[in-house]
Design a protein around this ligand. Structure first.
Ligand code: ADP
Length: 488
């Protein structure tokens, strides 16, 4: 490749895999990807762990593949997007993890969290924007301190580091103990209004400030790493969903994106205001550039694309996920069938972990196509519930939704979503929004791209304009009735 080429590597450390993608600044495109699966372990019911050493080992491998593809000296920076909330504890002197990483999905601290008194819950919500839950990092760090003797020894010796996956990778790459504001805002220890670790919460959870990383803006330069014998800055860091928000150029108040992956994640830019939700949504740092902080409301549904997987692998109704589109379009409606995708309970605004899935309105005339259509429609309905909460809580109207994730490839689903929300659904040409967000944050950190230019770097592949669709509204009412039944 030509010597003057400038590339950024976006390191996307996900839950099931770690990827490095090479972003070409001239063509504004990804030109190379290296990916490695990372193993998850389930040592007990509800427990989920990962080996942080494996994450680091595979990160080095994918980075070196990208560096080789770029050619010597052509990589100008490395940005990071990562699975959020997952906790790693390591030895500051050796960089070695002292225990398996506790993954965000792990429920081992549910009981501990359930015992947190109401008064403290209120303080936590005010300061961190989060409802108390085992999902967030604080109780996971507490558990490790209580259960790993080596962690206690290192703590006593002043040599313990605790952090999320970004901070572990930054430490390994640069030797600096740092994180960014978006990742810090998922720990339940970080005051999102003052952008600092909160002394009162640290005291409550018994977590000393010294074991936590320095929290910096998402566009900070975290340090330098050696890549093929040259020093390269590690700059531009955000949690995966926040990186996707940025990659989708949701930079104005009222801009929102939905990721239709295994689950569904809606993030909505609320500008400089940290909006407190009345519907159980999460308030989080969207991103921070220098002194500017942008907040977001976040809502998620646990099951979205997984419902299509269930149709394909569980019921054997589909040969492939994409076949669902053709089947849904082969019938004019779902034939009165409603589906509630509550395989593992219902998230915001219901927060009921005991609810289970429901199929309602089946008749002798119900066909496979009706069922598939009902399942696809249910994904759009759960997104509508979240959008309604967002708009109610924030008082800000959504102008359009930007979509990404595997199931956003489904044209039926995207059109139905637009009709139901009565706003356009905008699908980008580059659907790797998470990696793109990390690459763009890095480009901004290095002064190669301005915040304004991010808008022009996003290209729409297709915009689904809302059409008059009375059926969608009627179906939504039937869905809401079915949800009430699922909650009984
Ligand atoms: P994740 O990153 O959460 O693993 P992806 O963004 O890769 O997920 O999306 C994968 C999901 O998208 C799968 O659950 C799959 O069933 C679903 N999916 C992929 N293509 C389609 C399609 N054309 N229609 C509906 N769902 C799809």
């Amino acid at each position: 490749m030509a010597a003057e080429k400038k590339y950024i590597i976006a390191l996307d450390a996900g839950t099931t895999s770690i990827r490095a993608m090479l972003y070409d600044l001239q063509s504004a495109k990804f030109v190379f990807t290296a990916q490695q699966e990372t193993e998850q372990r389930f040592p007990k019911s509800g427990w989920v762990e990962q080996d942080a050493s494996e994450i680091w080992f595979k990160a080095q491998y994918v980075l070196s593949r990208c560096a080789a593809a770029a050619g010597r000296g052509n990589v100008v920076g490395i940005g990071i997007a990562n699975q959020r909330e997952t906790v790693v504890l390591w030895d500051r002197a050796t960089g070695e993890p002292v225990a398996p990483a506790i993954v965000w999905q792990c429920r081992r601290t549910s009981e501990y969290c359930a015992a947190i008194p109401d008064e403290m819950r209120e303080k936590i919500a005010q300061k961190t924007g989060l409802p108390v839950d085992a999902y967030f990092s604080a109780s996971k760090i507490r558990w490790l301190l209580d259960n790993v003797p080596q962690a206690r020894d290192l703590l006593a010796a002043g040599k313990l580091c605790a952090g999320t996956v970004d901070s572990f990778l930054i430490f390994k790459l640069t030797g600096k103990f740092r994180t960014d504001h978006t990742n810090a805002s998922r720990t339940m220890l970080f005051n999102i209004h003052t952008l600092g670790w909160d002394e009162e919460l640290l005291r409550y959870f018994g977590i000393p400030l010294e074991i936590l990383p320095e929290a910096l803006p998402s566009t900070a330069c975290m340090g330098e790493t050696d890549l093929g014998g040259r020093k390269v800055p590690v700059a531009g860091v955000a949690g995966d969903q926040q990186a996707a928000l940025f990659g989708q150029a949701c930079l104005n108040e009222g801009d929102g994106k939905i990721t239709y992956g295994t689950g569904l994640f809606l993030l909505f830019n609320t500008g400089g205001k940290a909006v407190r939700s009345k519907s159980g949504l999460i308030t989080t740092v969207g991103y921070s550039i220098g002194k500017k902080t942008v907040y977001a409301l976040e809502g998620s549904a646990f099951n979205a694309g997984s419902c299509i997987q269930w149709l394909r692998d569980g019921l054997g109704l589909l040969a492939s996920s994409s076949e669902s589109e053709m089947l849904a379009l082969s019938v004019p409606d779902s034939g009165g069938v409603s589906f509630v995708p509550a395989f593992t309970g219902l998230g915001a605004p219901h927060w009921n972990s005991d609810a289970r899935g429901l199929l309602a309105g089946i008749t002798r005339g119900t066909t496979k196509a009706h069922l598939v259509r009902a399942v696809l429609e249910s994904i759009a309905y759960s997104a509508r519930e979240l959008c309604d909460c967002m708009q109610r809580d924030s008082g800000i109207g959504l102008r359009e939704i930007r979509c990404d994730g595997g199931a956003s490839a489904n044209n039926f689903l995207m059109q139905f979503q637009a009709d139901l929300l009565k706003i356009a659904v905008n699908r980008p040409a580059e659907r790797e929004s998470t990696a793109l967000g990390a690459a763009l944050l890095c480009a901004i950190a290095l002064g190669l791209v301005s915040e304004e230019e991010v808008f022009s770097l996003r290209r729409a592949e297709r915009v689904f304009a809302p059409a008059e669709n009375g059926q969608a509204e009627e179906g939504y009412r039937a869905y809401c009735t079915a949800v009430r039944r699922a909650l009984l």
